[in-house]
Write a protein that binds this ligand. Structure first.
Ligand SMILES: [Zn+2]
Length: 71
């Protein structure tokens, strides 16, 4: 029985190679996703370039103490 694994990136399906899977991390060392040789470029292109290269990239999520109900 053959297991076929596909990654779908931007509505394109990539036939993945489990043997070449590796974990991708951003410039801060935070785990992003699992990629194989075939879908690596496509997956990483979905991230902003600075996330991958600049450890001081701006985070979109609003981290603001004023939003906490107990503050
Ligand atoms: Zn893949």
């Amino acid at each position: 029985m053959q297991i076929e694994i596909f990654c779908v990136v931007k509505n394109v399906a990539y036939e993945c190679e489990p043997s070449s899977y590796s974990s991708e991390h951003d410039a801060r060392g935070i785990y992003l996703t699992r990629v194989c040789d075939r879908c690596r470029e496509a997956k990483l292109s979905t991230y902003r370039p600075e996330v991958l290269t600049n450890p001081r990239y701006q985070v979109d999520e609003l981290i603001d103490g004023d939003d906490f109900p107990w503050s």
